[in-house]
Design a protein around this ligand. Structure first.
Ligand code: KIV
Length: 262
């Protein structure tokens, strides 16, 4: 049975942590889904990990849709969320509705995710929810604002900044978001936000107290060229791939592969 937004809210009530990861193509999506991941995000981090950009800013809505369609074909159970990319929703609630509508109609995703909170994104989330679109929020470190923030830095470190993040979270919940990503904020702030909300928080670099955890899958697999300090690599696929390719190259050069069958 496919995971629903209501089920994720139930997981929070039951204290059952949500397992989330990102995906950018069919093969990765299929592996994550078969492994039992609850929530798969076609995050715009794919601009960096799959397309080689240094930030998430260049990726377009068309490119996100292209990747999301491939991911959709690999997913049976997990709830699928697709990021609204930079400048596909910031202009107005109307622009956001058009972009989110395209994602939902053409990719088969369950929900969209957007960055930002109170006051900027509240009206936008309300508009999308009124139209029947499931929306996930994303606050704390919002990578689409990397230049404004002065880098991929931890957010919410002062009392005032922490208060603002808590306010954003509450406002997004009231606007109808079904869940919120908390990125790179102090553990105690993530705990406070998670306790305050009835909808689940999904943390990345936000400590152990969130209702769920997400990692960029390329980081988990040891494939990315750069990994944030909070990310954990569970294997080194880059090395495994390089070694396999070197073995293949060696066998081809030595006339050992393929073996003659006649
Ligand atoms: O872009 C992304 O991959 C994300 C997740 C890490 C939350 O926003």
């Amino acid at each position: 049975m496919a995971v629903t937004t209501q089920e994720l809210i139930r997981y929070k009530k039951e204290g059952r942590p949500i397992v989330a990861l990102t995906a950018w193509d069919y093969l990765i999506a299929r592996a994550l889904d078969e492994a039992g991941v609850d929530l798969i995000m076609v995050g715009d981090s794919l601009a960096m990990v799959a397309l080689g950009y240094s930030t998430t800013l260049p990726i377009t809505l068309d490119e996100m849709i292209h990747h999301a369609k491939a991911v959709r074909r690999g997913v049976e159970r997990a709830l699928l969320v697709v990021d609204l990319p930079f400048m596909s929703y910031q202009e107005s609630p109307k622009q956001a509705l058009r972009s989110a509508g395209r994602i939902i109609k053409t990719t088969g995703a369950t929900a969209v995710k957007l960055e930002g909170g109170y006051p900027d994104m509240v009206e936008t989330v309300e508009r999308l929810v009124q139209a029947g679109i499931a929306v996930m929020g994303h606050i704390g470190l919002t990578p689409q604002s990397v230049h404004q923030l002065g880098g991929f830095r931890k957010q919410g470190k002062t009392a005032q900044a922490a208060e603002q993040i808590l306010r954003q979270a509450v406002a997004l919940q009231e606007a109808g978001a079904f869940s919120i990503v908390l990125e790179h904020i102090p553990d105690d702030l993530a705990l406070k936000v998670s306790q305050e909300l009835t909808i689940p928080t999904v943390g990345i670099g936000a400590g152990p107290h969130c209702d769920g955890q997400v990692l960029v899958t390329a980081d988990l697999l040891g494939m990315s060229t750069w990994r944030p300090s909070f990310a954990k690599a569970y294997t080194n696929l880059h090395e495994t791939i390089t070694q396999a390719v070197q073995s293949y190259a060696e066998e081809v050069k030595q006339h050992q592969f393929p073996k003659s069958t006649s």
